[in-house]
Ligand binder design. Sequence first.
Ligand SMILES: [Zn+2]
Ligand SMILES: [Zn+2]
Length: 97
Amino acid sequence: MAYEQRQMHQGSWSCSKCGSEITELPFEPDPSRVGQLKCRDCHRQSKNNSYGHKRQMHQGSWSCSKCGSEITELPFEPDPSRVGQLKCRDCHRQDRF
Ligand SMILES: [Zn+2]
Ligand SMILES: [Zn+2]
């Protein structure tokens, strides 16, 4: 397959955050979302900010398949079909070594 260079879309929009002019975008903006566009700087900033966000924990009540202790939160949403294979933090750590 031939590599297609990403086409830039020229236009005149304004950044929803700082108000500066945006003259080109790597995608064709959806008319209904033009009010939410961000300039390159603000886009980069919002990306950096999200790195600082704590990873969302999923609360619940599961039990460890190995030692049986209760698991109240997980860093991911457990697949219902794999709930029987969950391990608590301690057992998980032990498995690694
Ligand atoms: Zn901006
Ligand atoms: Zn355990």
